[in-house]
Design a protein around this ligand. Structure first.
Ligand code: GSH
Length: 363
């Protein structure tokens, strides 16, 4: 019997993020693969929609959303700290968190579904019904996988955009490799929030799916090595970069995040404001408002404007808002250096909050 139970799946992006974090924290937890019974009897009655991972707390409470899982564990087990101490590092961490969760999901889904489709159907079947025959597992996995397969066009992944998505991912791998030549983790010698955020897309889809893993190991062996260390929960001791500095080698990654994702976030903000004009106070917020144009490595397409991306970004904006003048000046220099000056005045017209496991207008 352990204190915490993580309900998830080996193939799930956000389960990998939570698993690496929990291991690194050193808390005792049991991981259980979610099957139909757990979904119907535990998750749906409380959470209300089919989503993983879920962390069950020692008192039985179910926590959904990896940011909330991390915050709850952090409150109970503060050392080693997940969040950097310095305000600018915290701000940059939340920007990278938004990029990892809400933008690197695009290459993750592209490589999974366009390079590993048959494999992932069998894999979904193996985890949902470990005792079934391979043929039954494949058929079950195919049924289960349809929803995720359906997300692929919504993420703007199509013949026109794929060369841009791949070029951008390969450039990202090169940039992350250069960073890892100098630092073992994103902000220094131990993992912190942004590492576990990156682990989401980089582990299950881009490392563990066989064809994707082959690409990562060939193009960026030290990113594969970082992925192995981070999912294992290693690196619990070292220090983060001193004086609240953001390592120089992170700037190309932040620049890429801003160049590709910020235009989509700006369109999302406009569409949120339009939706808000007719919304009831405290209303549940739709998962997507519409679509936005995006460009990756010269290829343009349209992607859904996810409300959750604004919610993740809100955490970065909160860090920025609470800075004193000295930290704000350093954050502004960082924003200028990465092409993100527009974030200085990026304001949500209404705060977002999660209630009953769903996104709502804050009350
Ligand atoms: N923002 C959530 C996302 C969780 C999530 O999207 N999980 C995926 C599997 S990795 C899922 O269950 N998706 C179902 C859906 O989006 O409808 C988190 O950080 O935990």
């Amino acid at each position: 019997m352990t204190d915490y139970t993580l309900y998830g799946s080996q193939a799930s992006l956000f389960t990998g993020k939570a698993r690496g974090f929990l291991r690194w924290k050193g808390v005792a937890f049991t991981e259980k693969a979610v099957n139909d019974q757990i979904m119907k009897e535990l998750i749906l009655p409380t959470v209300g929609w089919p989503v993983i991972p879920i962390l069950q707390m020692p008192d039985g409470e179910l926590v959904q959303d990896t940011a909330d899982i991390m915050a709850n564990i952090e409150a109970a087990h503060p050392a080693p700290s997940l969040y950097p101490d310095g305000p600018v590092q915290r701000f940059a961490s939340e920007l990278l968190h938004t990029y990892a969760d809400q933008w690197l999901v695009v290459p993750a889904m592209h490589y999974r579904w366009n390079y590993n489709e048959e494999w992932i159907y069998s894999e979904f079947g193996r985890s949902g019904a470990p005792d079934a025959t391979p043929e039954e597992q494949y058929q079950l996995g195919k049924q289960r996988g349809q929803m995720f397969r359906g997300f692929v066009p919504m993420l703007g992944i199509n013949d026109k955009t794929i060369p841009g998505i791949e070029a951008s991912y390969e450039a990202f791998l090169a940039e992350f490799s250069e960073h890892l030549d100098v630092h073992p983790y994103l902000f220094g010698a131990r993992p912190s929030l942004a590492d576990f955020a990156f682990l989401g897309p980089l582990y299950a889809h881009l490392y563990r799916d066989p064809a994707s893993g082959e690409i990562m190991k060939r193009l960026a062996p030290n990113v594969a090595d970082w992925t192995e260390r981070t999912i294992a929960g290693e690196g619990e001791t070292g220090a983060l970069a001193g004086d609240d500095t953001v390592p120089e080698t992170l700037l190309p990654i932040l620049r890429r995040a801003i160049a590709e994702h910020l235009p989509v976030l700006q369109t999302s903000l406009e569409q949120f404001a339009t939706w808000l004009a007719n919304a009831e106070p405290g209303a549940e917020v739709p998962r997507a408002f519409g679509q936005a144009a995006f460009t990756q490595s010269g290829r343009s397409g349209e992607i859904i404007t996810a409300s959750f991306s604004l919610f993740r970004l809100q955490a970065a904006l909160d860090e920025y808002a609470r800075m004193d003048a000295e930290a704000r000046a350093r954050a502004d220099s960082l924003l200028d250096a990465i092409g993100g000056a527009a974030l200085k005045t990026f304001t949500l017209p209404q705060r977002l909050e999660r209630r009953n496991y769903k996104l709502h207008l804050a009350v």
